[in-house]
Design a protein around this ligand. Structure first.
Ligand code: 13P
Length: 252
């Protein structure tokens, strides 16, 4: 049985006190959602320790949105995986399309970040996904395959057991355009096949999340698909009620 996961990527939103309120709201309403759903919140770095405090006593887990490619040292402005782990993070989002697009993150950088994450006991939420041009050219399968082969294929079998994949088509992020449930299923099944080519039966255990304009109104239909194990939620994660309602989308 694969884990069901609803993860909130807050991106660069909320001031620290607002983030604490949001986290408290999620904790307060969590009981309305099946305990079978694993909730994760990923606030900005600046909020992590305060949000960790707000989550205490709940089963909601903490993640960061990025980590440095190096362990420590003279890297001004960077935040090490060991630092976020020390604040209580269990997860780290890596390879988000916004990082790839705006900050030039390549597979070479991501391989180093993945190593840092594992060295510090963090589970990476590794993001893949094509842009609109690639989708329209029918290249989406090749794009996600390359993003997996260049990074995930370098993991050991042990590391692979602690990995979450998020499929986020760039054209669906923050646009209000969602992949249809069938489009999500098609590419999630393909991703699982690519994972199985390297890791065999263990691929059946890897949670693959969908991300891109996922909201309460469409979560249930998308999550009902065989190879969709939850969502990585942007905008709708900024309202506790919406974030929790997405968790209620699990009916399997
Ligand atoms: P939206 O849910 O705002 O489209 O963002 C998705 C995303 O990028 C999550 O990482």
């Amino acid at each position: 049985m694969r884990k069901k996961i609803v993860a909130g990527n807050w991106k660069m939103n909320t001031l620290p006190a607002e983030g604490v309120e949001l986290a408290k709201g999620v904790v307060a309403g969590r009981g309305e959602v099946c305990s079978c759903v694993n909730f994760i919140v990923c606030p900005p770095f600046t909020h992590l320790s305060m949000v960790a405090e707000a989550l205490k006593g709940s089963d909601i887990e903490l993640g960061a949105q990025n980590c440095a490619a190096e362990a420590k040292g003279a890297y001004t402005g960077e935040v090490a995986a060991s630092m976020i782990a020390a604040l209580g993070c269990k997860y780290v989002i890596l390879g988000h399309s916004e990082r790839r697009q705006y900050y030039g993150e390549t597979s070479a950088t991501l391989n180093k970040k993945m190593e840092q994450a594992y060295a510090n006991g963090l589970t990476p939420i590794y993001c893949v996904g094509e842009n609109l041009e690639e989708r329209e050219a029918g290249k989406h399968f090749d794009v996600v395959k390359a993003q997996i082969e260049e990074v995930v294929y370098n993991l050991t079998e042990e590391q692979f057991k602690n990995l979450v994949i998020a499929y986020e088509p760039v054209w669906a992020i923050g646009t209000g355009k969602t992949a249809t449930a069938d489009q999500a299923q098609e590419i999630h099944a393909y991703i699982r096949k690519v994972l199985a080519e390297k890791f065999g039966a263990a691929a059946a255990e890897c949670p693959i999340l969908y991300g891109g304009s996922c909201k309460p109104a469409n979560a249930a239909e998308i999550f009902a698909k065989e190879d969709v194990d939850g969502g990585l939620i942007g905008g709708a994660a900024l309202k506790a009620a919406d974030f929790l309602a997405i968790g209620k989308g699990f009916q399997k």
